[in-house]
Design a protein around this ligand. Structure first.
Ligand code: ADP
Length: 493
């Protein structure tokens, strides 16, 4: 049996898949299951264990035991060697993982395969971090020969709550932190896309990970997710998802004052000045939203275009969007897949219908795709022109392939409009003027700001948000602080 075959993969089909707790596959304690669908066809592709509080509790106990067990004494170089073995295994099995992800959440193979380099680099990034978890010695003015230092120790049991829009990537932001620091984790993948998380956990065990260090409980957000977020023996939660769910996780964290890392929603500004190289800015601004069919937290969904080029830009954007191939992502030529679910399709179509009612001018797309694609959840790449920043489509996160083009008159107005949002995740500026670019770099309130490009991310550079887009940074120099405790130590010999 080949695991890259869509019909014979052991994760697909009618046999139920369980949680992974303590290295063993286990059913939900109450035996319940839920269906997971391929959003390109609407077909059920697998049945998974529907986790409850009892399952989460069993997984957290297991993770605690593992944290206090032999894993504790693994040296940094042992953890590093493990990550190198995992790197090898993920590399060997990457096509299979990309296929599972495509079937599970709809992103085309052209996208899931393209992340190979990024995911492998992320694993290497954390492998390097294992041996760099330095504490500090500090000067003091105390009487006597007292030595003072800050000792860094792994924080304990992490709850990792993963979204559906890119679990192959999202899980590594958490697994990297956990394995580099020596924590243990209970992962709760999104109910719409759990398969790659389960498979990677299997590969980790194949690489020699001790049982109980990484556990996966599948199930619904309001059940398994909420149980994990409020569990009193979970020390920290790392969460990527909507701002609404982020608020619930903050509330749940008060149970034991959990420290959180939250990457939440966005409504990122993408600012195009008239002097930009439009041959680069047009496809760049289009893919800043249409990538992953708009299901990206940092999508540049408010596209501010200098008024003098607004009409030309909209025309070129619309022409570009018509060249994009939308369809079932198993076809390697397809560039855009479906939305994740019927619920998300309704939501996105609701925004599109509402925009027309609010007076936005539809310049392209705006409809569900029918014919062969009618069974899936496909929406044409959609562009609204002459949008006002106050319209619903310019204020709320749509999480679909919808661009709102908003004209502006000068840099001050662009900045004022860009910052007129509660969110602060991504953003970009397209210009040939360094002065204009720097004004946006310093002025836009966001966790990341791209100049003449969009959405490029490197694991060595931090990624996170401000304000309603959350707090804490993934990757970069400071990520592992989210997985470490600091103890101040005074030593009198
Ligand atoms: P969406 O609404 O687009 O599905 P969410 O932010 O709700 O996005 O989902 C992100 C992750 O959060 C998923 O794994 C989901 O199951 C989980 N989740 C949803 N609701 C809760 C909750 N109340 N507590 C904890 N996790 C949740």
């Amino acid at each position: 049996m080949t695991r890259s075959d869509t019909t014979t993969h052991p994760y697909l089909g009618t046999g139920a898949k369980g949680h992974l707790i303590g290295g063993r596959v286990c059913p939900a304690q109450d035996g319940r299951l839920f269906d997971t669908c391929n959003p390109a066809t609407g077909e059920v592709i697998a049945q998974l264990a529907r986790g409850t509080e009892a399952d989460v509790d069993a997984a957290v106990r297991t993770a605690r035991k593992a944290f206090e067990g032999p894993w504790r004494s693994w040296t940094p170089y042992q953890r590093q060697a493990l990550l190198f073995r995992v790197h090898e295994l993920v590399d060997q099995h990457y096509d299979e993982l990309a296929l599972l992800e495509t079937l599970d959440m709809g992103a085309p193979l052209s996208r899931t395969r393209a992340f190979r380099g990024f995911i492998l680099q992320t694993i290497l990034h954390y492998a390097t971090q294992t041996a760099n978890l330095a504490g500090e010695t500090l000067p003091n003015s105390l009487p006597g020969a007292i030595t003072t230092l800050n000792l860094r120790t792994p924080a304990g049991v992490i709850g990792g709550i993963i979204p559906w829009n890119g679990p192959l990537i999202s899980q590594w932001w958490i697994l990297g932190g956990v394995l580099a620091s020596g924590c243990t984790v209970v992962l709760k993948p999104a109910e719409d896309a759990s398969l790659s998380v389960l498979r990677v956990a299997e590969l980790l065990h194949e690489a020699g990970l001790p049982e109980g260090v990484v556990n996966v409980v599948t199930g619904m957000g309001a059940e398994a997710g909420a149980a994990l977020a409020r569990h009193p023996d979970v020390d920290r939660v790392a969460f990527t998802g909507s701002t609404a769910t982020g608020r619930k996780i903050i509330e749940a964290s008060t149970v034991n004052i959990k420290r959180l890392q939250l990457e939440l929603g966005g409504k990122s500004p993408d600012i195009v000045f008239a002097d930009a190289d439009l041959d680069v800015a047009v496809p760049g601004a289009a893919m800043a939203v249409f990538s992953n069919s708009g299901q990206v937290c940092y999508a540049g969904s408010r596209l501010f275009v200098e008024r003098s080029i607004h009409d030309e830009f909209v025309a070129r954007l619309t022409a570009f969007s018509k060249t994009l191939r939308v369809g079932n992502g198993l076809d390697p030529k397809v560039q855009l897949g479906p939305l994740i679910s019927a619920r998300q399709l309704d939501r996105v179509m609701g925004y599109i219908d509402g925009a027309a009612a609010e007076g936005a001018a539809l310049a392209g797309g705006g409809q569900r795709l029918d014919g062969d694609l009618a069974k899936g959840y496909f929406v044409a790449p959609t562009i609204f022109a002459n949008v006002h920043n106050e319209m619903t489509i310019a204020r709320e996160e749509i999480f679909g392939p919808v661009i709102s083009v908003i004209p502006f008159n000068d840099a001050d107005e662009a900045l004022r409009l860009a910052n007129a949002t509660d969110y602060g995740l991504g953003g970009a500026v397209w210009t040939r003027s360094l002065g204009q670019a720097m004004k946006m770099v310093h002025g836009v309130r966001s966790g990341t700001l791209w100049v003449n490009c969009y959405g490029v991310i490197d694991p060595a550079v931090g990624f996170g948000g401000t304000r309603s887009s959350g707090y804490g940074v993934k990757g970069g120099l400071h990520h592992l602080e989210a997985y470490m405790d600091t103890k101040s130590v005074y030593i009198k010999p």
